[in-house]
Design a protein around this ligand. Structure first.
Ligand SMILES: Cc1ncc(COP(=O)(O)O)c(C=O)c1O
Length: 322
């Protein structure tokens, strides 16, 4: 059996699993990540995956996207379209997505269960739970048992999703039915979205570049059970550097979105004298992202925040659903 994945920044762990089980694994990796994150790409290749920068000319949908957006750095939405096309047109292929969908959140709930077990062991109840949000899977997994308590009225937690201000699906998107992929070949999902053909600016190096958000998290957010903030990428890398120097852990840029807000919230507490227990998700290592760190250190990183007019253009192309 061959497994195909539309992994954007994801895919490393999945490819390893494929190789472990003797599967032939092909990964469509967001082109800009393929270039900016060469070490993530090489880890996948080491474990036997073949990695294609997306959008590519290897699929019909990739060629169509390239014709419409010449020179684009791609997005997770493009990678999904290409991987799905290959999976449905080749016998024996299966498509696997590493984020957004319910089963991925379910798998990642082990993060929340372990966090809760550790906190319970020490008798600690967190006040805030913070996680970075790309497609929403690590955050969905981290908050799962805490949100369960909140929904049952057993406890209250301030739950915060942190997203890049260059791809602000929660904070500036709309709650609507939309395609999960840029090529519009996947089913519609109701979610917070910027529009399936939204592609973040190519200078964005912090990951979390999906146009939509997990449908489960979208519902929780829409019901007011959690909140979201967006942060700019230079502020994210400043937090990453500060965290590395204090903790001796080099965080992934994605994780550093959560670190940024955790530091800001801790500093607020320092000012007000209020005591809070703040939990945040540290989702990965930064050692594969040294190209982005290098850009930051050389002062070559800037913050591109889409204008309201730009976002309105994508929103106008959302599918009309009655
Ligand atoms: C290290 C790391 N953390 C977090 C994420 C965010 O993905 P999700 O929102 O699906 O958890 C990604 C994916 O880009 C990632 O590579």
């Amino acid at each position: 059996m061959t497994t195909e994945t539309g992994a954007g920044q994801w895919g490393t762990a999945l490819s390893m699993a494929c190789s472990y089980f003797g599967l032939d694994c092909k990964v469509y990796m967001v082109k800009v990540s393929y270039e900016q994150k060469p070490f993530r790409r090489e880890v996948m290749r080491t474990y036997g995956a073949s990695v294609v920068p997306s959008p590519s000319d290897t699929t019909q949908v990739g060629r169509k996207i390239l014709a419409e957006h010449p020179g684009t750095g791609g997005s997770l939405g493009c990678a999904i379209s290409e991987a799905v096309e290959v999976a449905v047109s080749n016998p024996g292929y299966r498509y696997v997505l590493g984020s957004v969908l319910n089963q991925v959140l379910l798998h990642q709930s082990v993060i929340g269960l372990e966090t809760k077990a550790a906190l319970d062991k020490y008798g600690i109840k967190p006040d805030m739970i913070i996680g970075c949000a790309g497609g929403g899977s690590n955050l969905g997994g981290l908050i799962a048992p805490f949100m369960g308590e909140k929904l049952r009225g057993e406890a209250d937690y301030d739950i915060v999703a942190v997203e890049p201000s260059s791809c602000p699906s929660f904070t500036r998107g709309v709650y609507a039915y939309d395609f999960c992929d840029t090529g519009m070949i996947c089913p519609l999902s109701k979610m917070y979205t910027l529009g399936s053909d939204f592609i973040p600016a190519p200078n964005h190096a912090g990951g979390l570049r999906y146009h939509g958000m997990s449908p489960v998290l979208s519902q929780l957010y829409d019901d007011g059970l959690m909140r979201a903030v967006s942060v700019s990428q230079t502020a994210v890398f400043e937090a990453a550097e500060q965290f590395a120097r204090v903790e001796g852990i080099l965080p992934a840029p994605e994780s550093s979105h959560a670190i940024r807000v955790a530091i800001d919230e801790a500093m607020k507490c320092k000012e007000t004298g209020e005591e809070k227990t703040i939990v945040f998700g540290l989702t990965g290592t930064g050692y594969f992202d040294m190209v982005a760190y290098e850009k930051f250190h050389n002062g070559e990183m800037d913050d591109y925040i889409p204008t309201d007019e730009e976002l309105a253009k994508f929103r106008a192309r959302l599918p009309k659903v009655n």
